[in-house]
Design a protein around this ligand. Structure first.
Ligand code: ATP
Length: 201
């Protein structure tokens, strides 16, 4: 059985930065956000069922999911979010399973931003690693990276579980409250542990 480490953390906490380091060390990284994007890109497997459920108006001229149109629909109809997730989540899980099973590395890092919130993933991973930093740092990093305002960044954070709840489910904590360079030795230490754990699992 593939040894799977679920990697999670709040928005802007540094999940991608940590995942890149695991990948550089030789771990297979399976990113559920990337899978969701591929499924909803032009020609993606989720486009046909999404079009069937919501109509042509949520598909853009390139044949991709029109996120802005979909957001408006979700805003107008609360059940639309659950229906969209009902289409996407099983497809994301199936593709994540497929990629994890095909991995040839000692273990797999499965990046799931909402691992704590979505429940279903807890039982699918052998280990939970949380990338952690103070919430004000999350806001600053999200703002530096994108056009989001501090209010928008805080609104996204408010819809996620809080820092303490995430830390409460962590088997391992990756402290990203310092410089980016401080991540590497932590990831290297975890990489060695995960190889040992995978060997006896
Ligand atoms: P999201 O949840 O939005 O996908 P994430 O958790 O994957 O975000 P990253 O994309 O890795 O987070 O980091 C968010 C931003 O903060 C990036 O622009 C990244 O370069 C920067 N960043 C990450 N860690 C640090 C750090 N220790 N010091 C300074 N900047 C950092």
């Amino acid at each position: 059985m593939t040894f799977i480490v679920g990697l999670t953390g709040g928005i802007g906490s540094g999940k991608s930065a940590a995942a890149t380091l695991f990948e550089q060390l030789g771990a297979t990284v399976v990113d559920t956000d990337a899978i969701a994007h591929a499924l909803t890109a032009p020609g993606g497997a989720a486009i046909v069922p999404i079009r069937a459920a919501f109509g042509d108006e949520v598909i853009d001229a390139r044949g991709a999911l029109d996120r802005a149109a979909m957001r408006r629909k979700v805003f107008a109809d609360a059940s639309a979010k659950a229906r969209l997730e009902g289409i996407l989540h099983p497809m994301i899980r199936a593709e994540a399973d497929r990629r994890s099973a095909a991995a040839r590395s000692a273990y797999v890092v499965l990046v799931v931003p909402l691992l704590v919130e979505s429940g279903g993933y807890r039982s699918r991973v052998q280990r939970v690693a949380v990338v952690d930093c103070p919430e004000e740092m999350q806001v600053a990093r999200v703002m530096a990276r994108s056009v989001l305002s501090a209010e928008e960044a805080r609104a996204i954070m408010a819809a996620q579980v809080d820092r303490q709840a995430r830390l409460a489910v962590a088997d391992d904590v990756i402290d990203n409250g310092g410089e980016l360079a401080a991540l590497r030795p932590q990831v290297e230490a975890l990489h060695r542990r995960y190889i040992e754990m995978a060997a006896v699992s």
